[in-house]
Design a protein around this ligand. Structure first.
Ligand SMILES: [Zn+2]
Length: 860
């Protein structure tokens, strides 16, 4: 099969179901489209053919074949039709054949997309039924947050369809990446399947994209027509649990695709092993670079196989998943892996590496369990395990000599303090490296700071496809990407479009978005980014950005440093780090969808999580940066630097005092986003005075997250709960607990300030709370010791802890504050009751309340 035919089949697969969106507008086929040329099995197929006729006619594509492929995808007879149809079935486990005609069901236009996250069930817990709205993708709360409304309308489909077709006409003819971007924008929230018995939880976009990805692999599988026919029939036999022939079994189990995963490692040290000199900007630059590097390598692999971007199933959070043709992967993957390792070694000398591996995928692996398959989640998990195993054997692919030589050479240099970079402690050489404001900065650190600056409100990112070349010496971040055939350029408002680099053969122009509609294909963008007749693709890109700014005395706006963030704190001027991630993510993917874990659901799931972290979290963070938002009031100070948000996690540096509130908001919105408590989120906050090394602060936050919050077990409403917690002030707290403390803290602070004309409560009250907790804790440990020494029983120990008289006497004596400060008498009484509450009284976490309030109300 030649390249042209391959491309046509992939395009047919990408558009096969687009008619579904048109059909649901309830505007009938025009009269001219009712004849023989539109005969098909189901009513959405003629609409897909109509789309090709109406909107693809200017494409340099064989129109006749393309419309045949989309028109016949449920009733295939020719080889290429069979491949598209097979890909369709493997993507969504299409059951149209099994359950009869899809017409006459619940109603095509009434169905909206059920949030796939709300379909996840873990340990018997599920979620509320929540739905996406029938709207184009836009970064605002109304669009991003699913809601209870489960009814769509023909009008909503008409509006969407109108906007979609308007934009489709702007896609450069023949340009798949841009077409894919337009499809994502308009079909992300359209359900692909609305038949009566199915829950509409797969977005049309993900169904179309994965069908195209599978088709792109099938065309390379060199299946004979007879084999495709047999395989096609075998899927139905499986579904109906009918006996199969040995030939069918062989075909169903024959690897046709490969699921590959890449995962970048070394990021921890790469990001955080920095001193505070210029670290703020550098960190953001490094984090962006890591993200770009991961994507560029994923795209490089696809280019090696001449595959379209449809086969990038997911990229984010430092890893990617690709669907590749099996046979070629088995032949070439080791070699590609070696090339990646060598280039990264030359560029980063072991500081960063990428582990890649793959697993074979047969037809049976795409099918749901009750369709006689293995469910795709199984492969998702398997390839992750393989990558993790391979990580343990790092650098194995490298030529040993080369590596030893580099290691040895590196050791000869940079041994004295004068030869060390003051930011990363790497090698620094006079003449080659920089001296910036009296601080020695190696080329890398200097460049990452520069990149951090460039990331301040960029409007476009241009990625040119260029000839590959060796990673440069001296080091250069653009040069590393060029080793993988990409030359990047960031463009800001008012700046010129970059010149076309030597040898460039194409460009991808991303328009950055931090909020609002994802417009990227405007006349302006298309007119500006033109380099002769070089092909240019367009896409939108989320910029997970919240950069704190400050105004210099001359009025100039510059990026705030960590010390400025600390200064923005309420109470003590300390710095803090907040890290958060989704709990038990592996299980969410591996088990969460149970029987329904098809490839399209897995990608919908990953993409949904990414949308929350990349599209929504930054907007929550930006609220804390009034100066960056345009405020000119001198008392306003920006408080947060979002270093990273993507995949399923985030990392923020900021004024310590705003972090607990931010964590709480992120958690509340996440809960709304997933529709319940079945998928949870944990966080860790570390705070210190701002001279404290950042690396240590980052580590402490990691410890708070991984070793405290994630290990936290307790009973909530009679149910044992693990994780779903925040660790703050070295104390893990379930969110339900944290929320209570936060409320008490607000109240207590108001009492100390004397809000509302009350007499202010003295700080001695806080001291008393701390004392109570210390005594309680001392006693608790003593009693535990006694029990371990078998002096008392478990029951006695619990009794001694819960009812130690002198502790309770102190609690009782808090009333004296109430007698003296009568304005606060009621509130003090309520607090006493909360402290002494049976089982979950605040006494065991009273130190958090006392210390938090104390830090917030202390000066300096
Ligand atoms: Zn350095």
């Amino acid at each position: 099969m030649n390249k042209q035919d391959e491309g046509l089949i992939t395009l047919g697969a990408l558009l096969h179901d687009i008619g579904k969106a048109r059909e649901r507008t309830f505007q009938p086929l025009p009269d001219w489209a009712r004849g023989e040329a539109f005969q098909a099995k189901y009513s959405h197929e003629p609409f897909s053919a109509l789309f090709v006729d109406e909107w693809m006619s200017h494409w340099p594509t064989d129109q006749h074949t393309l419309r045949r492929l989309v028109l016949k995808h449920h009733d295939p007879s020719l080889y290429d039709e069979l491949l598209v149809s097979l890909a369709d079935r493997l993507s969504a486990n299409e059951r149209a054949e099994a359950e009869g005609n899809e017409e006459g069901a619940r109603g095509r236009a009434e169905s909206v997309l059920r949030s796939v996250l709300s379909r996840v069930r873990l340990e018997g817990r599920g979620a509320d039924e929540i739905y996406h709205k029938l709207l184009a993708l836009s970064l605002n709360r109304q669009v991003l947050m699913p809601g209870r409304d489960e009814s769509g309308s023909a009008e909503a489909y008409q509006t969407l369809w109108q906007a979609f077709t308007n934009e489709v006409t702007r896609v450069p003819p023949g340009d798949i990446p841009t077409l894919l971007a337009v499809l994502r924008k308009y079909t992300w929230a359209i359900p692909s399947d609305t038949r009566y018995k199915t829950i509409p939880d797969i977005s049309l976009y993900h169904h179309l994209k994965t069908t195209a990805a599978i088709a792109a692999c099938l065309v390379r599988a060199r299946l004979e027509e007879r084999e495709v026919q047999t395989l096609y029939g075998a899927l139905s036999h499986r579904y109906f649990k009918q006996p199969s022939t040995p030939t069918e079994d062989e075909l169903v189990n024959r690897p046709l695709c490969a699921l590959a995963k890449g995962d970048i490692s070394g990021t921890q040290d790469f990001l955080y092993l920095l001193t505070s000199s210029g670290a703020a900007r550098g960190l953001r630059g490094r984090s962006f670079y890591l993200q770009l590097l991961t994507e560029v390598i994923a795209a490089w692999i696809l280019r090696q196989f001449a595959l379209p971007m449809t086969n990038l199933l997911f990229a984010g959070g430092g890893h990617f998943y690709l669907l590749l043709p099996y046979r070629e992967t088995a032949e070439r993957f080791d070699n590609l892996r070696q090339q990646i390792s060598q280039r990264l070694w030359k560029a980063h000398k072991g500081d960063l590496s990428l582990t890649v591996d793959y697993v074979p995928v047969a037809a049976v692996d795409f099918l749901e369990h009750d369709a006689g398959g293995n469910a795709f989640a199984h492969k998702w998990d398997e390839v992750s395990r393989r990558v993790n195993e391979r990580k343990q054997r790092k650098w194995r692919e490298l030529d040993g000599n080369e590596m030893m030589l580099t290691l040895f050479t590196a050791q000869q240099l940079g041994t004295t303090a004068e030869e060390m970079c003051q930011v990363c402690h790497g090698e620094w050489r006079q003449g080659r490296d920089e001296m910036d404001d009296g601080i020695r900065k190696c080329r890398r650190c200097y460049q990452f700071e520069g990149l951090g600056q460039l990331l301040r409100e960029p409007t476009y990112l241009v990625l040119f496809t260029v000839p590959e070349r060796e990673p440069p010496d001296p080091w250069d971040w653009r040069g590393v990407l060029q080793a993988f055939g990409v030359f990047p350029w960031l463009v800001h408002e008012g700046e010129d479009v970059p010149e076309k680099p030597n040898g460039a053969t194409g460009a991808l122009v991303y328009t950055f978005h931090t909020s609002g509609p994802l417009d990227f294909l405007t006349d302006e963008v298309k007119a500006r980014f033109r380099w002769g007749d070089m092909p240019v693709s367009f896409d939108s890109r989320l910029l997970a950005d919240a950069t704190p700014m400050k105004r210099e005395s001359n009025g100039e706006l510059v990026i705030a440093e960590f010390s400025d963030l600390a200064e923005a704190s309420e109470g003590v001027k300390w710095l803090g780090v907040l890290r958060m991630d989704v709990d038990s993510l592996g299980d969410v993917f591996k088990k969460g969808l149970g029987n329904n874990a098809t490839i399209s659901r897995m990608t919908t799931l990953s993409e949904s999580l990414r949308l929350f972290f990349e599209g929504w979290v930054p907007q929550l963070c930006q609220q804390y940066n009034p100066v960056a938002q345009g405020s000119t009031r001198p008392e306003n100070k920006d408080a947060l630097y979002l270093i990273y948000a993507g995949g399923d996690d985030l990392f923020v540096v900021g004024a310590w005092s705003v972090l607990p509130k931010l964590a709480q908001q992120i958690r509340d919105d996440f809960r709304e986003f997933v529709g319940g408590d079945h998928i949870t989120l944990s966080g860790g906050i570390a705070i210190e005075h701002q001279k404290f090394p950042l690396y240590q602060l980052a580590n402490n936050a990691k410890y708070a997250l991984d070793d405290q919050a994630k290990e936290h077990t307790r009973t909530v409403d009679g149910r044992s709960v693990k994780k779903d917690a925040l660790s703050f002030l070295q104390t893990p707290l379930g969110w339900e607990r944290f929320n209570e403390i936060a409320e008490r803290q607000d109240e207590l602070r108001a009492m100390l300030r004397g809000d509302g004309g009350t007499v202010s409560l003295p700080r001695a009250f806080l001291t008393r709370l701390s004392e109570i907790h210390s005594l309680y804790e001392e006693n608790r440990q003593r009693q535990r010791h006694r029990m371990n020494a078998k002096e008392i029983t478990l029951a006695q120990m619990e009794e001694e802890i819960a009812y130690a008289k002198w502790v309770w006497r102190l609690v009782y004596h808090l009333s004296r504050f109430g007698e003296r400060y009568t304005d606060h008498q009621d509130k003090i009484r309520h607090l006493q009751q909360a402290i002494a509450r049976d089982r979950d009284g605040l006494i065991s976490v009273l130190h958090v309340l006392a210390r938090w309030t104390s830090l917030l109300t202390r000066e300096g």
